[in-house]
Design a protein around this ligand. Structure first.
Ligand code: ADP
Ligand code: MG
Length: 682
């Protein structure tokens, strides 16, 4: 029965621009089951070319090749993949085993491509390898075997899918004569079992063992002889392999692809780990960026929420002062009107119903300040304390830098101790408090009533009033500030007593007590306006926000750049890996791997690289995060970083996505490699 019929086949190789080289000229020949055919010819005569056509590796030819009546030239790529997987087995001169896979994995590869179960694969491969006398070497790598052993592995691989045709291209070309004889004996057994074995060789001696010799010279068949001395072996000893029909149309599973990819990555683990470290840097930048972003935001939110009353809008004229409302020029009445108009215009454009009127503006005088304000105090009952050198009782004394009106937006959170002051009450900063405290023998003085005497520089007489100390203000921003907080009328009284005109008493700060949404809106307007400034706290908050934005932008840029660099790095490494493994890809195709399978293997590799980089990145990020928190806490007393669990998911996601994206081009290139050219690669 004619298994293969070759009719008038021409093969032209394009060389250069328009020229072509004719490697096969009008080749017509038939092969039958059970034959061991030697195609003999000098190097360059066209043997491999013919084998590749028969094997369905190359479908660009003229003429017809029928295999069991099916015309190979008319088959789709998909059909040819199936044909190679199930009908033919290749054996090469240089063995072409995949170096990073074990002997067992090399042999089971064709089954892996068909998604056969691991148990079935191992059982079949072990049976064949045992027949080849290699049962002790299942776990070894190809480079741990001799040439003859390698070729026996290659034959086992060719047989694993129980093909009808074995194509052996100079199978003994790299072996010594003793080993060659063993290999030839195996090939003969395979033929005697009923398969068609076609072997290319340039040696007459080798050809002499076969049942038929077909000689080819310059691409033409010049001789076709039967070997009369050929004796068929009666008892074929190659184990019969059950073909599981179910498996034939199955494809490479993702699990197997990942396993293959893992094997390959492990084979060049140093390279892959170094690359993962590189990619990990960008992942660290990404995680730290996210941690800073949310950390600073929540820190700022904390600060601004705890230190300001959300209903109060503070408005002063813009001063030279960097952070706002320390010292401001007073509003004139025209300016006050302009302020009202400005605010209402903003409210109107943004469709708020609320409108500001003159009555809503609570006047505030942010501070009295000067070269120094002398403050002394005595007890209301006349008791004096701390006698002077002469033994005369005297009052407590200090100099303060500011007397502020207590801002209406202050809440309990602004106090270290006590309560917000009202009429005839004062609050002190910790620095002033500790000075006062000394005169009281270091006892707690919140709640004590004293007679306060205030004397401004250059003023005629001090102002005196009985006041109660109600609280200590948290000045964590500026620890040592010497200041007292009183209400507006009290401050005005101090000024008037010291000779200032009550009517022209300047209103440098206005407060508005409004609903939270309006307050938030107007505060934003005031902070962004060039004419007005807000409270110190708002000033600090917006300064922090700006810092936070700058840091976030810088970190975003760094992580974007490093992600791009990582992507290019992965692309280059995978691209090089594809060219290094061209031959392997050719081998995979010769045993029936489809484009999708090759693409899946390489895509799995980029996926694993992404995963590894993500994990390494997360570990690094945790270390860097720890260092940042430790350093910032010791420098600033707080660390505006916070980690969320989903940052790690984002990190893994980004790293896998970048890696998969970079892998697209190399995987595609691998998938499209021409099998014949790949196999020709040295
Ligand atoms: P053999 O296997 O008998 O040594 P080949 O079949 O490999 O010979 O090659 C037959 C001829 O075709 C040689 O002259 C070779 O140079 C030529 N040839 C093979 N492949 C190509 C190719 N891809 N492009 C151009 N010429 C080729
Ligand atoms: Mg050849």
């Amino acid at each position: 029965m004619k298994q293969i019929e070759i009719k008038h086949v021409y093969k032209h190789y394009p060389i250069g621009n328009k020229e072509k080289f004719t490697a096969l000229t009008d080749v017509s020949v038939c092969f039958k089951k059970g034959e061991l055919v030697s195609i003999i010819g000098e190097s360059g005569s066209g043997k491999s070319t013919l084998m590749n056509l028969i094997g369905g590796l190359d479908s660009q030819f003229e003429g017809d090749i029928f295999v069991e009546g099916v015309n190979l030239r008319l088959q789709s790529d998909k059909m040819l993949d199936k044909y190679r997987k199930n009908k033919v087995g290749f054996v090469f001169q240089t063995f072409n085993l995949i170096p990073h896979l074990s002997i067992l994995d090399n042999v089971t590869m064709a089954l892996t491509l068909s998604n056969v179960s691991p148990e079935e694969k191992i059982e079949k491969a072990t049976a064949i390898l045992t027949r080849m006398g290699l049962e002790k070497y299942l776990k070894r790598k190809p480079n741990q075997l001799s040439g003859g052993q390698k070729q026996r592995v290659a034959i086992a691989r060719a047989l694993i899918n129980d093909p009808d045709i074995i194509l052996a291209d100079e199978p003994t070309g790299a072996l010594d004569s003793g080993t060659s004889a063993q290999i030839l004996e195996i090939l003969k057994e395979i033929a005697d079992e009923g398969k068609l074995v076609i072997m290319a060789t340039h040696s007459e001696k080798i050809a002499s063992v076969s049942s038929r010799v077909v000689e080819i010279a310059d691409g033409k068949i010049v001789r076709d002889e039967k070997n009369k001395n050929y004796k068929k072996n009666k008892k074929p000893s190659i184990p019969k392999i059950e073909k599981s029909l179910k498996s034939q149309n199955q494809k490479l599973s993702i699990r197997s692809a990942l396993r293959l990819a893992f094997h390959n990555m492990w084979a060049s683990k140093t390279k892959n780990f170094l690359m993962a470290f590189g990619v990990a840097i960008s992942i660290v930048a990404l995680i730290i960026m996210l941690a800073f972003g949310s950390g600073l935001d929540s820190y700022i939110a904390d600060v601004s929420h705890s230190f300001t009353n959300p209903n109060i809008v503070t408005i002063a004229k813009k001063g030279d002062d960097m952070i706002g409302a320390f010292v401001h020029d007073p509003f004139t009445s025209e300016e006050t009107q302009k302020l009202i108009d400005d605010l209402n215009q903003q409210l109107e454009t943004s469709e708020f119903d609320y409108r500001v009127t003159q009555e809503d503006l609570i006047p505030g005088f942010s501070s009295l300040t000067g070269m120094g304000i002398d403050v002394s105090f005595t007890f209301p009952d006349g008791t004096q304390f701390l006698p002077d050198e002469q033994g005369n009782p005297q009052s407590g004394k200090t100099e303060v830098s500011y007397i502020y009106t207590t801002p209406p937006y202050y809440t309990q959170a602004n106090l270290i101790e006590g309560e917000i002051s009202g009429d005839n009450q004062i609050m002190l900063t910790p620095a002033v408090y500790s000075i006062f405290q000394q005169y009281f023998g270091n006892q707690d003085i919140v709640g004590k009533t004293i007679i306060l005497n205030v004397s401004l520089e250059g003023m005629q007489q001090p102002f005196s009033a009985e006041v109660t100390i109600t609280g200590v203000v948290d000045t964590s921003v500026i620890q040592s500030v010497l200041a007292m907080y009183v209400d507006f009328d009290f401050l005005k009284a101090i000024a008037v007593e010291n000779g200032l005109d009550a009517n022209s008493f300047p209103k440098t700060t206005y407060y508005l007590d409004v609903d939270e949404d309006v307050a938030a809106f107007l505060n934003d307007f005031v902070m962004s306006s060039t004419a007005y400034s807000g409270s110190i706290e708002e000033g600090l908050t917006s300064m922090f926000s700006e810092m936070s934005n700058t840091i976030s932008v810088a970190l975003t840029i760094i992580s974007c750049i490093s992600l791009v660099v990582s992507a290019i790095m992965i692309l280059v490494v995978l691209y090089i890996s594809v060219s290094e493994r061209t031959k392997e890809i050719g081998v995979l195709k010769s045993i029936g791997a489809r484009r999708q399978d090759i693409r899946l293997i390489f895509t799995s590799e980029s996926f694993l690289i992404g995963l590894l980089s993500g994990i390494v990145g997360i570990i690094f990020a945790l270390i860097v995060y720890g260092i940042f928190v430790a350093v910032l806490s010791s420098l600033l007393g707080f660390a505006p970083l916070s980690l969320r669990w989903y940052y790690f998911l984002i990190a893994i996601g980004v790293s896998v996505a970048v890696s998969l994206l970079s892998g697209l081009y190399p995987s595609n290139k691998a998938a499209k490699l021409d099998p014949v050219e790949s196999l020709r690669r040295e």
